[in-house]
Ligand binder design. Structure first.
Ligand SMILES: [Zn+2]
Length: 446
């Protein structure tokens, strides 16, 4: 850690429950009130009192207190799409081809090793990493292929309760759409409802280049919606995660939500194929999604890793969906980690600062930065129904990240391993866990 950050950390730790943080730059899009912005950043002083942001004042207001020396200050991020029950398995089950089908096959094989203890050890490792990096809330998808033995859900409920107050944890099911038919669908939807979860499925169905989706798709989708409606559940869907132009589930989901008057929140993830479909079709899809109030969450690191991967051939596209067009149409856009050190993505450390930095580079969320910082915190918080998270505002809990970086290229050029995480205004003294701790679980380094 730099000496300057060490000094700031010590000053805050010694400051007591009521102090001023002087000379911070806050992304303007993450402030609800406060002084006028200079470009995308607002330079200000913040008074922290008994765990809350008490005052956001113009630079120079504070009489004394620890100074960021112009460094950036962000709210704790919300990671709205992860896979914590299958995370961290790479050391025991790699993806030999690095592509989507390699990932599906490897994960299916690895599930044979899943016990409650195995899932819990890996899941908690990821939580500890996220916590150390400053994340305040996470939604994880849970493998739900065996509705009669919902091991991931049991572990989730335990960890959600154990981590309450540190990380707000939500869960969504993930299983192929056809798994929700019949009695297993009812059992699974009941498990989701009893666990306070969100109903999620995955559809990668494709009708080929010009064809419609297979005829069984729409009845299955309506049945899936009806399972959620009967239990008042929100939806979180893995949609069209492929490079096939015939993968057109997204528009049918929007039409179905509108036709049924579906009221609960819907979040969709991936939507990769939209980027290679005809402009007019993409525009109509986005228009209907916006009309249906659907939020989109983008997983740029995982998309870049899996999409357009062919052995011996250089990838030609980035795999990500049309976030600029979606934002322009009024859709709420978030970024998230997705998989972490498993066959769907070999890397990652549950660090939303890395996700935002990579998202900026992959998706061009810059020049100007504008309101893209909301994709890091405020947008996923709103999509997940967590209105108290994601913005810097007076009265909010002082869960903050402090950086040495001042401007955007300073912020986006380094990983900021020396960031200071504040939880309720106090310095969090936690490091990411050592990968060696997983040796006993996955058998060695990944
Ligand atoms: Zn995912």
């Amino acid at each position: 850690m730099s000496q300057a950050m060490q000094r700031l950390r010590a000053e805050i730790a010694a400051a007591g429950p009521d102090y001023w943080l002087r000379d911070a730059r806050v992304p303007a899009a993450l402030l609800t009130t406060g002084p006028a912005a200079e470009g995308d950043l607002v330079r200000c002083d913040l008074r922290i009192s008994h765990g809350k942001v008490a005052t956001i004042a113009p630079l120079g207001t504070a009489p004394a207190g620890p100074s960021l020396d112009g460094g950036q200050l962000w709210p704790g991020p919300v990671d709205g799409h992860t896979h914590m029950d299958k995370g961290q398995i790479w050391g025991r089950t790699a993806n030999p081809t690095g592509d989507f089908f390699g990932a599906l096959n490897a994960c299916a094989a690895d599930r044979n090793a899943w016990t409650d203890a195995d899932i819990e050890a890996r899941f908690e490792f990821s939580l500890r990493a996220a916590y150390a990096h400053g994340t305040v809330a996470i939604r994880t998808h849970l493998e739900s292929f065996a509705p009669r033995d919902p091991a991931s859900w049991r572990v989730f409920r335990r960890l959600r309760d154990r981590w309450a107050g540190r990380i707000t944890l939500q869960a969504s099911s993930i299983a192929p759409l056809d798994r929700f038919q019949g009695e297993d669908g009812e059992i699974l939807a009941n498990t989701v409802a009893e666990s306070g979860g969100v109903l999620g499925m995955v559809s990668r169905l494709s009708g080929g280049v010009h064809d419609a989706l297979p005829p069984e798709f729409q009845p299955m989708l309506d049945h899936f919606f009806s399972l959620a409606e009967a239990r008042g559940l929100a939806l979180d869907l893995h949609i069209d995660e492929s490079g096939e132009t015939g993968a057109k589930a997204l528009i049918e989901i929007a039409r179905t939500a509108l036709r049924r008057g579906f009221k609960a929140p819907i979040q969709v993830g991936h939507c990769c194929s939209l980027a290679i479909q005809p402009e007019e079709f993409a525009r109509e899809t986005i228009r209907l999604c916006a009309e249906a109030g659907i939020s989109v969450i983008v997983l740029p690191m995982c998309n870049m890793y899996l999409q357009d991967r062919v052995a011996g051939r250089t990838p030609r596209w980035r795999g990500v969906t049309l976030v600029h067009e979606m934002r322009a149409a009024g859709m709420r856009v978030s970024v998230a980690s997705d998989n972490t050190r498993d066959p769907f993505y070999a890397y990652g450390d549950m660090d939303m600062v890395e996700v935002y930095r990579e998202a900026t580079r992959i998706l061009h969320l810059d020049h100007p930065v504008g309101d893209w910082p909301r994709a890091f915190s405020a947008n996923p918080a709103a999509a997940l129904g967590l209105p108290d998270h994601g913005m810097i505002r007076e009265g909010a809990t002082a869960d903050l990240l402090l950086f040495r970086a001042r401007g955007w290229t300073e912020f986006l050029s380094r990983p900021h391993a020396d960031r200071i995480v504040l939880r309720a205004g106090a310095v969090l003294d936690v490091e990411p866990p050592d990968f060696r701790e997983l040796d006993a679980v996955i058998g060695g380094p990944g």
